[in-house]
Structure formats: structure tokens, C-alpha cells
Ligand binder design. Structure first.
Ligand code: PLP
Length: 387
């Protein structure tokens, strides 16, 4: 099992805090936006005598509300095509275990959400990374590059849209390219849409709306980011493929049921007015603009403008971001403050890539982001491994 690139620097951050240094956490996608009160109140006020198992596929009332949410977002999904999972994490694991045999391969554009590696290891699945590049803004690699990797054991392509860690939002043309690829080579498309509600420049093209591949698309969803409810542990696997739903349900039955409290929370949250997302999106957009402009103003730093999610990747003028991200916690502070960043190497499957890149999560308010960027700027002036 690979270590999480996001969490491996935690002991250095803890040590910095023990020294009295304030640490700005830009390393992890834990939103600071408050969980909607009406959703928390639904849990507080729920009257029950026994905290029972729910249906293995999730509460029917919640699945019906989710189906309505998807319809509002333009996806015609019946509640029976939804299996509620323990976070999007379990949906990814169920998707891999249900669609691929041990030794089968899935192609994933890199850099990618590092935990895909952990789920692949758990399911015996082989990840074939396909590099996307920072100087191209992390757009989809060309078809010919996919086709070089497609072999007899390739079963699927996995994307995250909008992307974690790059923030890249796939265009209509890119989604059409993927549609043709999975059709031509008889593959599944695993589409992780955890950040669907956070798109800033351009339209989100839902994988479930791709035509002619309805039985090939598996969408992964979660309430973690949408409603700032990461601790609730509720996600969903959505597909129109009935055989696949039957198989996924067997895995869902084996683990009995998804968490009960957070299904209540998720169900209440689907009743939030449409403008709920307008306010959160406007806040993230403001933060993105601060972060990206501050980064690009630092000599030697380059950060492409992300179209969605709440992450950005930046290249730094340093020897190795693993060392730099440790040094900035261990040996640096500015006004008794420092910043925790995620070195990007762990988001790449190809060894050696991403060594000059970091991922930043803009999950702090703009004041804190400015202070974090002050720290980064000063740190880059002082870092002994600067190139
Ligand atoms: C792209 C992506 N997929 C899945 C997950 C897992 O989400 P959950 O909290 O629903 O398990 C995350 C969490 O950060 C993520 O960024």
C-alpha cells in the first residue's frame, strides 16, 4: 500500500504546532465551509428508538431525493440506478471490484487522486497511468496515447471531473473523445464527479449523459464536498447497467449498509435551495483567483488556472517538492507562521514525475490564503534547494 501523499507530512506539521507555529493547511481537501444547518438539524431532530441497519442500497427515500437532485442537474437517473455507499471511496472500490478481475487494468490520466492507488491495490487492479502535463493545463492526453496503453487486460478508463488534484474541467470535446474510446475498445468509463457542483469556467459534462455508452458508464458521487460533509461518509455509485448494479449490490449486502445518520443528512441537504451552490461557488471562485494570481506572481512559479473543484497544481523552482514541503514545516517560519502543502509526486503513477510540483487546496478564506502565500513566497526566497 502506498502512503497517502497528503497525510505523510502530518508529523512535521504537528511538531511545528507544538513549537507554537501557526500552520495554514493547504494540503488537504477539507472544506472550511459550514455544513448546512438544516441538514445537521435533520439529524439532531430525527426521532428513532433503534439505530438500525438501512437497506444495503441505501434508504429508498434518500435515493429518490438523490434521483431528483440528478434530474435537476440534467441527468435522468432512476432511484433504482443508485447504490448509496460509505463515501465516494467505497463507490470507487465497489466499481473496481465489480467491473475488473484481479490483474485487469484501468487507465487513469495522471496526476490523479492518490487514493485510487489504494483502491486498486485492494481490488487487485493494475493502474496504468497516462501523463497529462502542467504546461498544457492538464488537458486530456491524445487518443493515440490512450491507444498505446490499451491491451488485452484493459477494462476501463477512470477520470475525475472536475479533477482532483489538477482542478481541470474536461471539455465537451474531451468527453466525446472518451465516449468514442470506450465504445471502440469496449471499456468502462469510471467518472468520479465528487466536485461536480464546483465548476467556474465552462460547463460540466456529465458522464451519465454520454450517448450510446449508457451501460459502460459508472459515476462516482459523494456528499463530502458538495455539502461540506466529509465526516458523514456518504457517497453513491450510479450506473444504468443492471447487471453491474446487481453485482455491486452483492458487495453492498456483504458490508450490510451505509451510515444511517448521514443518509438523513444527505436527504435533508437535497432540499437546499438551488442558490446554496451559488454562494459556495462564489466563495471558492474568489479564493481560486487569489491563490492563482498570488502563485503566478512569485518568480519561477507556474500555476494553470483550474476550471473547477478546489485544487490547483503549481510548479516550483525547487530541487524536490517532497524535501521542500518538509523543510517549510520543519525549518522555516515567517511571522511565526508556515504552510502545509502536498508534494505532487504521490499523485503520479509514473515514478519520478511531479517532483517540482505541489497541489494546493483552496479551502481557507482569502485572508488566510494571502498569509499562506506570503509564507510560500518568503520560503522560496530562503530555501537552500532553490534552482
Ligand atoms: C476525487 C475524489 N474522489 C473521492 C474522494 C473520496 O470522497 P469520500 O469522502 O466521499 O470518500 C475524494 C476525497 O477527497 C476525492 O477528492
Amino acid at each position: 500500500m502506498p502512503a497517502s501523499p497528503i497525510r505523510k507530512l502530518v508529523p512535521y506539521a504537528e511538531a511545528a504546532k507544538k513549537r507554537g507555529v501557526k500552520v495554514y493547511h493547504l494540503n488537504i481537501g477539507q472544506p472550511d465551509i459550514e455544513t448546512p444547518k438544516m441538514a445537521l438539524d435533520a439529524v439532531r431532530n430525527f426521532d428513532f428508538k433503534v439505530l438500525e441497519y438501512s437497506h444495503s442500497a441505501g434508504n429508498e427515500s434518500y435515493r429518490k431525493k438523490l434521483s431528483a437532485y440528478y434530474k435537476r442537474a440534467g441527468m435522468d437517473i432512476d432511484y433504482q440506478q443508485i447504490i448509496v455507499t460509505t463515501g465516494g471511496s467505497e463507490a470507487i472500490l465497489f466499481a473496481f471490484m465489480s467491473c475488473l478481475d484481479a490483474g485487469d487494468e484501468v487507465i487513469i490520466p495522471e496526476p490523479f487522486y492518490a487514493n485510487y492507488n489504494g483502491f486498486a491495490v485492494s481490488a487487485g487492479v493494475v493502474v496504468k497511468p497516462l501523463t497529462s502535463y502542467i504546461d498544457k493545463g492538464f488537458s486530456l492526453p491524445p487518443v493515440a496515447e490512450f491507444e498505446k496503453l490499451i491491451g488485452p487486460r484493459t477494462r476501463g478508463i477512470m477520470i475525475c471531473n472536475p479533477n482532483n488534484p489538477t482542478g481541470y474541467l474536461y471539455s465537451r470535446e474531451e468527453m466525446e473523445t472518451l465516449r468514442q474510446l470506450i465504445l471502440k475498445h469496449d471499456l468502462y468509463l469510471f467518472a468520479d464527479e465528487a466536485y461536480r457542483d464546483f465548476c467556474y469556467t465552462g460547463e460540466h459534462i456529465a458522464s451519465l449523459n454520454l450517448k450510446g455508452v449508457e451501460d459502460r458508464v459508472v459515476m462516482i458521487d459523494t456528499i463530502s464536498k458538495r455539502y461540506s460533509a466529509c465526516g458523514g461518509r456518504i457517497g453513491a455509485l450510479v450506473t444504468r447497467n443492471q447487471d453491474l448494479l446487481d453485482t455491486v449490490l452483492k458487495f453492498a449486502q456483504a458490508r450490510l449498509s451505509p451510515p444511517s445518520f448521514a443518509q438523513i443528512l444527505g436527504e435533508a441537504a437535497t432540499d437546499l435551495p438551488a442558490d446554496y451552490f451559488d454562494a459556495t461557488k462564489a466563495e471558492y471562485l474568489k479564493r481560486r483567483d487569489v491563490l492563482v494570481s498570488r502563485l503566478n506572481a512569485i518568480p519561477g512559479v507556474f500555476c494553470p488556472n483550474p476550471g473547477g473543484a478546489f485544487y490547483a497544481m503549481a510548479s516550483l523552482p525547487v530541487d524536490d517538492t517532497d524535501k521542500f514541503c518538509q523543510w517549510i514545516l520543519e525549518s522555516f517560519s515567517y511571522d511565526n507562521q508556515t504552510v502545509m502543502l502536498a508534494p505532487a509526486g504521490g499523485f503520479y503513477g509514473t515514478p519520478g514525475l511531479g517532483q517540482k510540483e505541489i497541489r494546493l487546496a483552496y479551502v481557507l478564506n482569502t485572508d488566510a490564503l494571502h498569509k499562506a502565500m506570503d509564507c510560500l513566497e518568503k520560503a522560496l526566497e530562503k530555501y537552500p534547494g532553490k534552482i
